[in-house]
Design a protein around this ligand. Sequence first.
Ligand code: ZN
Ligand code: ZN
Length: 410
Amino acid sequence: MTDFEYKLQKYAELAVKIGVQIQKGQNLIINAALDSAELVRLIVKEAYNEGARFVKVNWSDDTVTRLRYDMAADESFLDDPKWYAGEMLEYIENGAAVLHVISADPDLLNGVSPERLTNHQKTYSKAMTKYREYQMANYFTWSIVAAPSPAWAAKVFPHLPADQQVDALWEAIFRTVRIDQPDPIAAWRQHIDQLSQKADYLNSKKFSKLHYVAPGTNLTIELPEGHLWVAAESENGKGVPFLANLPTEEVFTVPKKTGVNGTVTSTKPLSYNGNIINDFSLTFENGKIIGYKAEVGEATLQRLVEMDDGAKYLGEVALVPHDSPISQSGLLFYNTLFDENASNHLAIGAGYAFTIEGGAGMSKEQMEAAGINQSTIHVDFMIGSAEMDIYGVSADGQQVQIFNKGSWAI
Ligand code: ZN
Ligand code: ZN
């Protein structure tokens, strides 16, 4: 076994044992692109080794996806994918876990018709409403891991010779998921404990407001009553733990929908559905985005914030120290799974039901009433830097510094 094969095997084990934490007799659905076939085959085998009942892989292909956007009939983007939504619903309602292996070229859909993109996103989001509600409430087990595609690797390592780019991205991914540690599973257990301690501290404080200060950023975010700080491990509807993201470095909760005021400036590019948005700022008043500008990708940003009513409000506030391993790598992955875990971030769109007490059982109306934003989208964007200070403010006005120059101060 080569060093690479060894690491790939360890990564497959992590995906199964720490990511979805597959249970005996459980079905597993894997969504993956052909570029990740080598990893996916190992994951499938590992899942069966761990007692999976049946593993189904839904394959996709970047080239085929792009050909569709370039060449398919206009009206085909309005087709209701109800067969797909129905299949996914049937699996998860019967207890299946879902694993996404992401590998897409960050520029895959650069330059395609915005109308086609919007039409597809709207019809797809609508068909997947029920599925998304289940996911936002952690009703079923879901997890995301990554594998390089040649185009993605070329974007991250443009200065390397083409035949070294994929290997370089694999090594970078392996480091971020702690495959370089002697016992990666034990390293993850320890990391999960450390993140949980931060969440426990923040939950004990019950801050009513956070105040962010950094160059280009002066923002206050109210936190709703009953908000819960969540880290690393989640629990599905049956109480079985899973890790939604590998890697994960964040401790996060939900902002009060109408409680965001001020301006925030991005610190990393955001790759949104195959298009890059960069050097952008958003201005909020009573939670609503009332102004935005972007040096790069302003039209994409506009499409994002105009997707629906909830796309003008925030649904997540996440704390990630600037000295996290991903941040230390100095790499820009052009992929939210990695870049969000290198930086303090916020998300435009829906809040997670599990970030408020009793949220998993709430209706949409109850969530709104509790101050949690509803939307068909949830898009993280990065705002952290080595110059960011964050203060937690209690209901009685007492102030505690929780981030100092980009790192945990607690
Ligand atoms: Zn996040
Ligand atoms: Zn998020």
